[in-house]
Structures are given as C-alpha cells and as structure tokens.
Design a protein around this ligand. Structure first.
Ligand SMILES: C[S@@+](CC[C@H](N)C(=O)[O-])C[C@H]1O[C@@H](n2cnc3c(N)ncnc32)[C@H](O)[C@@H]1O
Length: 315
C-alpha cells in the first residue's frame, strides 16, 4: 500500500465517542488504521479495539500500523453489516463505542488496479471486497440502459442519468469500455460540465457516475442500514456510535436511522394510541452534523464533504 490516508475529524470523533481507558470500541471501517490508532491511544492502557474492513489489503495495513498495541486489537476481514455477530464472536461486545468512517480510503483511490479513480488504467472494479459480488465493469456489462440509468439516478443523484446510460451502453457494445479511465472519458463526453455551473472545474463530470456504481456494487445502502442496526444492538447502554459520511445518500440514511431510533412510536401519521410497540433506543448527541473546519479541509481535501453524526444508546 502507498502512504497517505489522513483520518478525518479525529479529535471530534474522540471527543464525541467519549471513550477512555478500558473501553471496548469497534472501528467498523478500520482502513489504514488512522482512527483506530488514536482510539487505542485514548483507551490505553487496557482498552480493546475490534477493527473490521471488507478489504483484505486494508486489514493487512491495519495489522502493520496497529502491531504495537498487541492483543488489545482484534482485526477481522468482514463486512460491517455483520458487526453484531463479529463483536460477539470476537469477545468485544457489549461495546462502549462504534465508529463508521464510510466510503473509500486514499489507498484504495490511489491503487489503479482497483479502478476507483477516473484515471485508472485498469478495469473499473470498485468493490471494497474483491472476493465477493460483481465488479462495476460486470455490472455495466449485465445491465440494460434503463437499469443503468436507474442506478445513476438513484445512487448518484445524477440528473443526466439517461444520457450517460445511453452513451455507456453504446460504448460498451463497441468494446470501448475497458478501463476506469475509458468509462470516465465516455461519461465526460456524454455529459460535460456546463460552463459556469457550480460543478464546472470543481468536480469531474463522472463523479456521480462513479459514486453510483460504487454504491451499487458494494450494496452500500443495504449494508449501511444493517450495520447501523447491528452496531446499536452491540452497544452497551450509554455506549455511542459515530458515523462519518461523505455524500448525501449516506448521510440521509444515518440521519433517518438516528431519528427513527430516537422515537417511541414510529407510525406515520402518529396515532392517538401507539400500536407499533417501537421504543426509542438512541438519543442524538450532536445537534445536526459536525463538519471539518477550514484548516482541516486545507490539509486534507478528502475532508471537504465529511459529515459526522453521533448518537448514544439509551439506558
Ligand atoms: C474512509 S476508509 C477508513 C479509513 C480509516 N478510518 C483510517 O483512518 O485509516 C473506509 C474503509 O471502509 C471500508 N469499508 C467500506 N464499506 C465497508 C463495509 N460495508 N464493511 C467493511 N468495510 C467497509 C473500506 O474498504 C475502507 O477501507
């Protein structure tokens, strides 16, 4: 792995998770171990950390970075949708804290073989776990134009989904999509940034297409929903979960999850007498979201879209 994943909102995560010596914490997206290292320092001398990642290369990197903490660390190659079972099986449940730092790491983005970046001279794979599911290229090859447009509109909130899907299907049938760079080029030609628009010169025209394909191949909506529920179940009363998201689809899921689990009755509209039996299990610790300050954004471009939400399990 290369160098250089800077963890985002680290001080804010440590303060809001409020963990200390002896705490038991799950880092559900351990990545290069940046947040995990700080969590282990904060919970020293005897706190324990369960580090999960769907990417084997990330687990290998975390193993290297966290080696000095010895048996205070347990690492698992797993999807965080299985956080509850993994926390039980590893002996770390119930947890004092759980962290999700969503999306991809700088290591994954920088590795051309993974096909996450617009410039990658390799097939667009985009799976966090290369050992399961289908790659983005396979998804493109299997999907109809209509299905592709649906994926781009739903998971990328791409307003020009129809036009882009049409161009991708045409390029695909002519064998013109081999690498991630080819894909980015097809999208940029079909839907170039509009001069003078807010996005022009700021983000690549294929940003939303790449996001949508990544969300689809990694089943991000489904696994995040399951992961949040699993983390809540694995927390002890008074334990906290912190979630850093990087796009509006992720943040909406987190916001709705916290709102729903902070309410007793979840029937809509609220009936005079509740029959759903749902009971509030969380309280939001942060009012709204915590975002990085300008200094952090200057140091770390990846931080610019980060949003942190924190919630506490009720007693
Ligand atoms: C932004 S990085 C985390 C970086 C980490 N906080 C650090 O400081 O080094 C996100 C990580 O989450 C992993 N990931 C994404 N979705 C996952 C999932 N559903 N289950 C497990 N790991 C996942 C990715 O493979 C990636 O390594």
């Amino acid at each position: 792995m290369g160098e250089g994943h800077l963890p985002v909102l680290v001080d804010e995560v440590l303060t809001s998770l409020a963990v200390g010596p002896g705490s038991s914490v799950a880092d559900c997206t351990v990545g290069g171990g940046g947040h995990a290292e700080r969590l282990l320092e904060t919970t020293s001398p005897d706190g324990r950390l369960l580090g999960i990642d769907a990417d084997r290369a990330a687990i290998a990197e975390a193993e290297r970075v966290l080696a000095r903490f010895g048996d205070r660390v347990v690492l698992r190659h797993a999807n965080f949708e299985a956080i509850y079972d993994t926390a039980i099986e590893s002996g770390l449940a119930p947890l004092d804290g759980a962290l999700f730092d969503l999306g991809l790491s700088s290591y994954q983005l920088a590795d051309p073989a993974r096909g996450f970046s617009f410039a990658a001279d390799a097939p667009p794979d985009m799976r966090f776990d290369e050992t399961s599911g289908v790659s983005a290229l396979e998804l493109i090859e299997r999907s109809s134009e209509r299905e592709l447009a649906g994926i781009l509109a739903t998971f990328g909130e791409e307003r020009r989904a129809g036009r882009i899907a049409k161009a991708i299907v045409a390029a695909r049938s002519e064998g013109r999509i081999v690498t991630a760079a080819d894909l980015a080029d097809v999208v940029a030609r079909a839907a170039p940034s509009r001069p003078g628009s807010a996005d022009a010169g700021r983000i690549h025209p294929a940003t939303r297409t790449f996001q949508a394909l990544r969300v689809a191949v990694n089943r991000e909506v489904e696994v995040l929903t399951a992961g949040l529920a699993g983390a809540l179940a694995a927390l002890k009363p008074g334990g906290r979960m912190a979630v850093i998201s990087y796009h509006s689809i992720e943040d909406r899921i987190v916001k709705r999850f916290i709102a729903r689990e902070s309410r007793d009755c979840i029937e809509e509209p609220l009936p005079p007498v509740c029959t759903c039996g749902h009971r509030a299990q969380l309280r939001a610790v942060t009012k709204g979201v915590i975002t990085p300050g300008p200094e952090e954004v200057r140091r770390n471009r990846r931080a610019r879209s980060a949003k942190l939400r924190v919630a506490e399990k009720l007693a």
